[in-house]
Design a protein around this ligand. Structure first.
Ligand code: SF4
Length: 54
């Protein structure tokens, strides 16, 4: 999964729902750890601004 950092508003919603804790906020934007992400899509489903895509 990838975050469009121009769109992300840094709300942190995705950080809280990721089942493998692969997402953190870095400089106010979501940052996905590509090593641990399992591509479940949960974060993309909850992002209020659709900043996350496969
Ligand atoms: Fe950014 Fe969307 Fe994650 Fe909120 S849910 S921190 S807007 S990527």
């Amino acid at each position: 999964m990838q975050v469009n950092k121009e769109v992300c508003i840094g709300c942190g919603t995705c950080v809280g729902v990721c089942p493998v804790e692969a997402i953190s906020l870095v400089d106010g934007k979501a940052d996905i750890n590509q090593e641990t992400c399992i591509h479940c899509g949960t974060c993309a489903g909850v992002c209020p601004v659709n900043a996350i895509e496969e």
